[in-house]
Design a protein around this ligand. Structure first.
Ligand code: ZN
Length: 67
């Protein structure tokens, strides 16, 4: 990838696609480093943001069913 612009292109954290403009959403990663909790919100393309939010909803519904 060759870019002359100083602005680095955003890349989807899930599929690696270049994001043109605003990201479709953000994932949420939580790491625990020692006593510290580190949160990262990697950019996602629209497709992955949608897919991940749908997955999260389905998981939530399954958990509801379980109880
Ligand atoms: Zn993606």
């Amino acid at each position: 990838m060759h870019r002359s612009s100083n602005e680095p292109a955003l890349q989807c954290d899930a599929c690696g696609a270049e994001i043109d403009g605003e990201p479709g959403g953000h994932g949420l990663l939580v790491f625990v480093r020692g006593d510290e909790v580190v949160r990262e919100e990697p950019p996602l393309c629209e497709r992955c943001a949608l897919a991940i939010s749908v997955t999260a909803l389905q998981r939530w519904e399954m958990e509801e069913d379980d109880g």
